[in-house]
Ligand binder design. Structure first.
Ligand SMILES: [Fe+2]
Length: 290
């Protein structure tokens, strides 16, 4: 039913605070990997979308809670035997509890993700608006590789964006499911809890692997994916070099930003109560250098 369907719809949400949400639901097949793009916003077109990936009999990530109905329907029509989370953020874990309770599916991830998902978490208002709040659940720690009917995925701990972040590598097919490790060749801002140093180590770790397709949740690069990931590492290293030079002169973060022409996206910073900002990124780089 969903094959090739793209839809932008104004539907009732699953979130009591936001009963009417403009939704995005779109399917794209990259060979044997089905990417389902999801988005939702109570105030017009969603600013950002996210994806879940279906391959064989598994689902990677569970999407945002605003799209719970669509995700449940998708999995009813494309049955899977397990759900694997890359990390605990709302746009990845939003429907994990519903998939477990309504479809009786096991949900697995990093042990830190298991801990994070145990108790109800407070989210910033912007997260509630953009994604909806994920419900708590008892999920299982992932141990060893994931064997599907035709594929073998190796979980790789790639912290930095979040402490619990996992990527999944399929060596035979040359696929790398990168969660939020990539996002773009250049990054404009960090969440407050992102760690630059760990992101660099994770990017270096990923670049030791051999893959073509980079299945990023927000920005997939099916061709030359590894080159894109390398570009992000180059961007980070160049930025870090510039920050390091200015730190030697004793400049504070705000002056470093001005010197390097790193712009603060003020609207984003305001909307996110400072939880997302360019300054967070610069401060994290400075911390990695001190
Ligand atoms: Fe994330």
């Amino acid at each position: 039913m969903y094959q090739g369907l793209s839809a932008k719809r104004f539907l009732r949400s699953n979130d009591l605070l936001f009963p009417n949400v403009m939704k995005v639901f779109s399917i794209r097949d990259y060979g044997k990997v089905r990417a389902v793009e999801l988005g939702g916003s109570p105030f017009g077109k969603p600013l950002m979308t996210t994806r879940v990936f279906l391959l064989d009999n598994i689902l990677i990530d569970s999407g945002l809670k605003h799209c719970r109905k669509e995700v449940i329907e998708l999995i009813r029509e494309n049955p899977v035997s397990a759900v694997y989370l890359t990390h605990f953020h709302e746009d990845h874990s939003g429907n994990a509890a519903a998939l477990q309770s309504q479809l009786n599916l096991p949900v697995l991830g990093h042990p830190i993700t298991v801990e994070k998902m145990k108790s109800p978490r407070l989210v910033f208002p912007y997260q509630r608006v953009m994604w909806g709040a994920a419900s708590s659940l008892d999920m299982m720690p992932l141990q060893g590789n994931i064997e599907t009917d035709h594929f073998l995925l190796q979980p790789i701990h790639t912290p930095g964006h979040s402490r619990d972040h996992l990527s999944f590598f399929e060596a035979e097919q040359g696929w790398f499911f990168s969660g939020d490790l990539y996002l773009g060749d250049r990054i404009k801002y960090f969440r407050a809890d992102e760690v630059f140093k760990d992101q660099v180590s994770s990017l270096e770790k990923a670049l030791e692997l051999d893959f073509e397709a980079l299945f990023c949740t927000h920005n997939p690069k099916p061709v030359k994916g590894k080159e894109h990931l390398r570009r992000k590492l180059d961007f980070f290293q160049n930025l870090s070099g510039g920050v390091g030079e200015l730190m030697k002169k004793g400049f504070p973060a705000k002056v470093i930003m001005k010197e390097l022409k790193v712009k603060e996206p003020l609207l984003v910073k305001l909307m996110c109560f400072g939880n997302v900002s360019a300054e967070n990124m610069i401060l994290s780089i400075m911390e990695s250098l001190s």
